[in-house]
Design a protein around this ligand. Structure first.
Ligand code: HEC
Ligand code: HEC
Ligand code: HEC
Ligand code: HEC
Length: 181
């Protein structure tokens, strides 16, 4: 990550209007978005769209919960070297698919999405479902999950398709119920 250091030593604006959100939150130095290069210009625009998305979600479906750059970027991960939020482990999905505990007639796409839910939040099926009725909304987590699933349709409003499809339950939750900020 020497290049990040070299970038950091280049043009750094004098004032920082972002608090720690854009730098400590994302793990990126100021110059990553603020030097006179096409790459930095692209990142400046990308960060602007990210900021609109955060504001939009916090004013809408996440009004009572709130997220920040850190919620997904986690300061660049434990090694501080990830530009993008970590994504769900596909091998873990395949492994868990083989231990399906729901009804045998459940179609493959539902099994896959339930397996993703379990891995994304780090919970068991019973966190959302009551025994004996897979459709019931008795548990608050079930209702919240339906709202979260609706929220997922908002990402194309802020990004083109390729980027929007990078957002999953795991992007924010990363294996836990709580989402830090
Ligand atoms: C991840 C990209 C990113 C990083 C890192 C970043 N900024 Fe910014 N900065 C932006 C964007 C985008 C804007 C436009 C306003 C906004 O969205 O907040 C901006 C706006 C600014 C402005 C207002 C003038 C302008 O260009 O619009 C200043 C000054 C500034 N940043 C300084 C800093 C400093 C100092 C740091 C490091 C501590 C920093 N920025 C880190 C993306 C970034
Ligand atoms: C809801 C999760 C989430 C939040 C919150 C979030 N990001 Fe991102 N960010 C992503 C994802 C996912 C990507 C990778 C997109 C892709 O693969 O194309 C990304 C990529 C980026 C990139 C790199 C773009 C590129 O093309 O490589 C920058 C810069 C960035 N985010 C800045 C920010 C800033 C600044 C904030 C806070 C204002 C923020 N992000 C908040 C999920 C998030
Ligand atoms: C985070 C909450 C959550 C977890 C964890 C979860 N589910 Fe679900 N499940 C839902 C929601 C919400 C629906 C309905 C909407 C949908 O299909 O996404 C659903 C739908 C289902 C359905 C279809 C019900 C029907 O007939 O309409 C089955 C079967 C099911 N889940 C089984 C499971 C099993 C088995 C697990 C554990 C491997 C599991 N779920 C884990 C939230 C969850
Ligand atoms: C844009 C970020 C984001 C995405 C994407 C997201 N969530 Fe969440 N979710 C949150 C935040 C923030 C909270 C509040 C967590 C807290 O209290 O720390 C939350 C809370 C929840 C809860 C309630 C947890 C509790 O306290 O019992 C459930 C269940 C949940 N999410 C399910 C999902 C499912 C299922 C998906 C994918 C369909 C999803 N989430 C996608 C941000 C997100």
């Amino acid at each position: 990550m020497i290049w990040l250091l070299i970038l950091a030593l280049q043009t750094t604006p004098a004032k920082n209007p972002h608090g720690d959100a854009y730098t400590i939150g994302t793990g990126l130095p100021c110059a990553y978005c603020h030097s006179q290069t096409p790459h930095a210009d692209d990142m400046y625009r990308a960060a602007g769209r990210m900021a609109k998305m955060v504001a939009g979600l916090n004013a809408g479906p996440l009004q009572r919960m709130k997220i920040d750059c850190f919620s997904c970027h986690r300061a660049g991960g434990p090694k501080h070297n990830a530009l993008h939020p970590i994504s769900i482990d596909r091998r873990e999905i395949e492994k868990l698919m083989g231990t399906w505990s729901g009804p045998t007639m459940t179609p493959e796409p539902v099994r896959r999405s339930m397996t993703r839910y379990v891995l994304s939040l780090g919970v068991q099926c019973s966190y959302c479902h009551v025994a004996g009725n897979w459709k019931a909304d008795d548990k608050p987590a079930m209702k919240t999950s339906r709202e979260m699933a609706v929220m997922m349709d908002m990402f194309p409003k802020y990004f083109e398709f390729a980027t929007a499809s990078a957002f999953t339950c795991f992007t924010c939750h990363q294996g836990a119920v709580k989402v830090p900020r």
